[in-house]
Design a protein around this ligand. Sequence first.
Ligand code: VGL
Ligand code: ZN
Length: 211
Amino acid sequence: MALNPPDKAVLLVVDVQNDFCPGGALAVPDGDAVVPIVNRLAQRFTDVVLTQDWHPAGHESFVSMHDGKSAFETIVMPYGAQVLWPDHCVQGTPGAEFRDDLAIPHAALVIRKGFRRAVDSYSAFYENDHTTPTGLAGYLRERGLTHVVIAGLAFDFCVRYSAEDARREGFAVTVVEDACRGIDLDGSVAATRASLARHGVTVITSDEVNA
Ligand code: VGL
Ligand code: ZN
């Protein structure tokens, strides 16, 4: 990983929660495989931020709120296209908890997202309306953190949109691909690789990290 000397890196661990792992409500295939990789990766970083998908019951992204629709269908919301998901990561439920085996006690901040009923939030930086910030960019700037290294779930949704927004906010961005797993809806993993490249996001494997 090319880290320019003045750069200060932060590891952003995206949504390593029970509902995104096998047995969970929105299980990402092989999602639990990222846990040991992320744990190892985190030991190389002084600065770590976690994100936690955190929806109220009855969130508008939940298929249960839309009669006659099926999970993984796309609908148009006031803020644009929205995939309808199985109900997942409901605030205060076991599915919304971090994996028990996620071991990053030195993580300094948890950014919760998707907590407004009418707007989803894939990105750790902005809600899906692309205008409501989470506060993460300001936190990183104030802390002097300039390079965002991203791992977690899901590669083709929350990791992708976090990485692209981080670039828009002017950060150097690296995605550690073996520390991610994807949902892969209609080729979304391949589309993500192409889009990350277009946005100037570097994609590496965890053995290339020497933060
Ligand atoms: C995610 C779909 C819905 C993710 C979160 O973490 O990638 N995907 N909510
Ligand atoms: Zn969600």
